[in-house]
Design a protein. Structure first.
Length: 254
């Protein structure tokens, strides 16, 4: 199993998944090293995927389903973060009875949790781990709670659907993701630009690599979806960290 150590979030491990329902799995532990001083805030950048996240704070376990985020938010961090586990679901996967469009820019918390279990759609489930997240997802699928529209992932990857009208494609993408194709592409392009800038690429090069018209276009996109300027991404401060950035299969184009 391939693990990635995030450049943006020290102490965070994440990995891709071979499940068609899952985009990525991540975990953060209390043992993650933040150096001499912990970040004071986290910039949660826009994200076109929804996720299930479980975390512990002051000895209490919480579980929430978080929808896609169309704008950045700044989250104050009260010292060193506690342990957390997240399952990021792929485009086209969604929960029956909890439509993704209703989750955009919001979250739904489990009504009851213990250190090991939580409630989802009225049933009690065991909180998954970093290594067995796909087993948990398979159980959701077998129970009929998690479903997937494969056309959505294909369309967002740039494949042209056969025998499906453009209007039907738009409707199915919106139903499964809560977002339009255009919004998803804009979010993914901004996230890719942020990754490149964090790695030291010049803004002028990022414009061409990711497909912006010019540097003002890049600046507007970063402000809207990342909440930071190119220079801030190129020269990060120890007082803040970005949420997890990763490349999806979504097509990115102007």
């Amino acid at each position: 199993m391939t693990r990635d150590h995030s450049e943006d979030v020290p102490g965070l491990d994440h990995r891709p998944s071979d499940s068609p329902y899952v985009e990525r799995v991540y975990q953060a532990s209390e043992e993650g090293s933040y150096g001499a001083a912990a970040p004071r805030r986290m910039v949660s950048v826009a994200n076109s995927n929804w996720e299930l996240v479980a975390w512990t704070s002051e000895g209490v376990t919480h579980v929430s389903v978080r929808g896609p985020e169309t704008r950045p938010t700044v989250v104050p961090l009260g010292g060193k973060p506690s342990g957390a586990l997240g399952v990021i679901f792929g485009h086209g996967a969604y929960l029956r009875g909890l439509p993704v469009p209703d989750l955009v820019d919001t979250s739904v918390a489990s009504p009851r949790t213990t250190a090991r279990t939580f409630v989802l759609q009225g049933d009690e489930w065991e909180i998954p781990g970093f290594e067995n997240a796909e087993t948990f997802v398979d159980r959701l699928v077998r129970a009929g709670l998690l479903v997937r529209d494969p056309l959505v992932a294909d369309v967002l990857a740039g494949d042209a659907p056969m025998l499906v009208t453009p209007r039907s494609v738009q409707r199915r993408v919106a139903a499964a993701t809560g977002l339009t194709q255009g919004t998803i592409r804009q979010i993914e392009r901004a996230r890719q630009a942020a990754m490149l800038l964090r790695r030291g690429e010049a803004a002028a090069d990022v414009v061409h690599l990711v497909g912006y018209h010019d540097q003002p276009h890049l600046a507007r996109s970063l402000a809207r979806f990342v909440g930071r300027r190119a220079t801030q991404l190129q020269r990060p401060t120890d007082e803040e960290m970005l949420s997890l950035l990763y490349k999806t299969d979504a097509e990115v184009r102007p």
